[in-house]
Design a protein around this ligand. Structure first.
Ligand SMILES: *Cc1c(COP(=O)(O)O)cnc(C)c1O
Ligand SMILES: [Zn+2]
Length: 401
């Protein structure tokens, strides 16, 4: 049995429990609908134990909060990490690397969080997990639950686009439509998990969503021969992926493995930029009516705004925004130069390179990692916007001229 505690990011209260825990019981009382979550918990590992096991290199498994025996039998993570010569040349940087997390079982980085939450359900002996989501978190939960013989229940707002529901149904999850917006679906999912013996996987609400996503940061260091890159560009909606990457480097620091933190750069869509505005102004305001085709980062009230803000400031990172047009161009460029087809949210980090190439913010010699979070096959409608389909058919090659 692993020895972990949970620590509140706001009041620093430490909680030691073997039971289900979501938010800090004190701080979460101050939660106001329409504002980010209060009292998010981070897992504190036995860093002394990790330090003693460490010699020259480390095993990511050391950083698991629970025993390996609980994990579902499906391969998640361990995705490719390599230098993109094409993007480096194209943008005029020396060292652009990609971490291709589109190659997870359901096609997105969200599988990392679901993988750990399903393992936690196994530890607790719970056989159903619920989440409120319309997108990749739901597909990821449905997928990993299917591989583990668990019931997944997904609460979606009534106007959720049909294309986003296909994977959920394909993986056999129970799909429930909730009247109203995402906030309403979130609320009903909490009622559901409070009343029944069901675990809740809502993003940032369950501390293991952050903890699961941190594995991408740990893998980058291992695959980079134990070097910490200089900069990581991350597409940001709720801010949980960015917080997870930050947690990876906090863990490495606390274990005495490295003190270097990469600068974490949040890339948002111009018309869904709550975290960017927070970073720039220092004051949080929700983004009313977000409007971007990058639906995975279209968020009005980012649940992990506070933690993401802290991660960006503490690592000397920064944030920027890109327009939908820039996103679509970058998506096509990435496909046609590097052979990588990502969804619009992930293409934001490529669009960001365009803005950064002549700026003071990044030295062209630095090692820059692009986090590619989701597959382009999830959203074919967006991709087709810039494609030109052939108009007529030919009978022989003579018709080509
Ligand atoms: C969820 C998601 C993001 C954004 O992650 P947040 O934790 O919401 O900031 C980016 N890309 C993809 C593909 C996603 O599914
Ligand atoms: Zn607290």
């Amino acid at each position: 049995m692993k020895n972990i505690t949970y620590k509140c990011i706001e009041c620093n209260k430490e909680i030691q429990t073997k039971d289900v825990v979501y938010l800090c019981p004190d701080c979460s009382k101050n939660y106001i609908p329409g504002m980010p979550l209060k009292g998010i918990l981070l897992v504190e590992l036995d860093y002394e134990f990790i330090r003693n096991r460490y010699s020259k290199t480390f095993d990511i498994k050391l950083f698991n909060p629970i025993d390996l025996k609980y994990f579902p039998n499906i391969k998640v993570g361990h995705t490719p990490f390599y230098k993109s010569e094409q993007l480096s040349n194209y943008f005029g940087f020396d060292n652009i690397f990609v971490k291709n997390d589109t190659l997870n079982p359901s096609g997105s980085l969200k599988d990392r969080a679901s993988y750990l939450v399903v393992a936690e359900a196994n530890r607790l002996g719970i056989d159903e997990i619920v989440t409120a989501s319309t997108g990749n978190a739901a597909s990821a939960l449905a997928c990993i639950c299917a591989a583990d013989g668990k019931k997944a229940t997904i609460m979606v707002p009534e106007n959720a686009p049909e294309a986003k529901l296909i994977q959920i149904l394909q993986f056999g999850a129970q799909l429930i439509k909730v009247k109203g917006t995402y906030d309403d679906a979130f609320k009903v999912s909490l009622e559901y998990s409070n009343k029944k013996n069901v675990l809740n996987r809502n993003t940032a609400y369950h501390p293991f969503t952050i903890e699961g996503k941190k594995t991408v940061g740990l893998e980058i260091v291992v695959q980079n021969f134990n070097h910490v890159p200089d900069v990581i560009l991350i597409p940001v909606g709720d801010g949980v992926i960015l917080s997870g990457v930050y947690k990876a480097f906090l863990d490495l620091k606390k274990s005495g493995i490295t003190n270097k933190m990469p600068r974490l750069v949040a890339v948002q869509a111009e018309k869904s930029s709550a975290i960017h505005n927070f970073v720039v102004s220092g004051v949080f305001e929700k983004y009313s009516n977000p409007d971007t085709l990058a639906d995975s980062i279209s968020v009005s009230v980012p649940s992990a705004a506070l933690l993401a803000y802290r991660a960006i400031k503490e690592t000397n990172g920064f944030s920027l925004t890109v327009t939908d047009d820039e996103i679509l161009q970058a998506q096509l460029l990435l496909s046609q130069t590097a052979g990588l087809f990502v969804e619009p949210s992930s293409a934001t980090v490529v669009a960001a390179l365009n803005k950064l190439k002549n700026s003071e913010l990044i030295n062209p010699k630095e090692q820059i990692v692009l986090l590619l979070t989701g597959s382009g096959l999830k959203d074919l409608k967006s991709a087709t916007k810039l494609l030109k389909f052939p108009e007529k058919s030919i009978q022989s090659i003579n018709d080509l001229i």
